[in-house]
Design a binder for this molecule. Structure first.
Ligand code: GUN
Length: 286
């Protein structure tokens, strides 16, 4: 039996459906959704991610512009760039790629709060975070949205399930916690100060993690028949891998995401979905 939760395949399907929707609204309105990314500095991984986002935008017929800024840009100038994008009527989504360079990083919440919440396709603005608290996922973070879509696509029951998340970030663990709670799962969120983390891993019907440590999860740390969602991205000897020792857990788990080809493509897909939703909202089409 194939145990793979194929994120790439689902993302391709969603992107193809989105292409049709974008073409249809283009015929009706003469406008295409527009996404702007802002990349500050020279972080190589961020450059790769941003390029993938633009490539996928082009595939689905979404207009995208890339703004690349020097890492020494002042706080005020970065805010001005955001304001200019907030005002542009051809730009419906704005993404400030994280992490910011160390000099600007402490002000990350300030910059995220300056992006118009209507254009906040990352779901990081305090208003959109607050909406998620009320289970409104319309502009919610893309990686958790992708994980939920993947589980739902494969008909994984969430109600009453014990789910362990190992990650407490604003990008993954915190929003995912709310999305799983909404779907009646019982959720444990683990982090660096969690005592006896193996206990939480072993009790999980569904284990979701992004810790940045290759082989953090092995066969003897999971429950028999559990579902593993690996949102880790690591590079070992030039090869991309997740946080799970795939070969060691494959016999014991019932389903698992590969890395690459699992969560990653869905994050991009939901960025485009969010941009399309923001576009429809701004044109008062929904
Ligand atoms: N850096 C890593 N993942 C993300 C993401 O989903 N959005 C942004 N803005 N930055 C990121």
């Amino acid at each position: 039996m194939d145990k793979t939760l194929d994120g790439k395949k689902l993302a391709d399907m969603l992107n193809s459906e989105l292409t049709d929707k974008i073409n249809k609204t283009f015929k009706e309105t003469g406008t295409r959704p527009g996404l702007a990314t802002i990349l500050v500095g020279q972080n190589t991984a961020s450059q790769v991610y941003v390029n993938i986002k633009h490539k996928t935008c082009a595939q689905v017929g979404l207009k995208s512009i890339k703004i690349e800024l020097d890492e020494n840009i002042s706080k005020d100038n970065l805010i001005q760039v955001i304001y200019d994008l907030n005002k542009r009527t051809d730009i419906h989504g704005i993404l400030l790629q994280l992490p910011l360079p160390s000099n600007l990083r402490p002000d990350t919440p300030l910059f995220l709060g300056e992006i118009s919440f209507h254009k906040d396709v990352d779901g990081f603005h305090p208003i959109n975070r607050g909406k998620l608290f009320d289970y409104d996922e319309s502009l919610a973070p893309c990686t958790p949205k992708g994980i939920i879509a993947l589980l739902e696509h494969y008909d994984v029951e969430l109600k009453g399930k014990d789910v362990t998340i190992i990650n407490r970030s604003n990008l993954l663990g915190k929003p995912l916690f709310l999305m799983l709670l909404k779907r009646d799962a019982t959720v444990s969120v683990c982090h660096t100060s969690t005592k006896n983390i193996e206990r939480y891993m072993k009790q999980a019907d569904i284990l979701i993690l992004g810790v940045g440590k290759p082989r953090f999860v092995t066969g003897d740390t999971i429950k028999e028949g559990s579902i593993i969602i690996d949102a880790g991205i690591n590079r070992v000897e030039g090869k991309l891998c997740g946080d799970v020792d795939f070969d060691d857990v494959i016999d014991k788990c019932s389903k698992i995401t590969p890395v690459p080809g699992g969560v990653g493509p869905l994050t991009v897909s939901f960025l485009l979905q969010n941009t399309y939703f923001a576009f429809l909202k701004q044109l008062k089409l929904v």
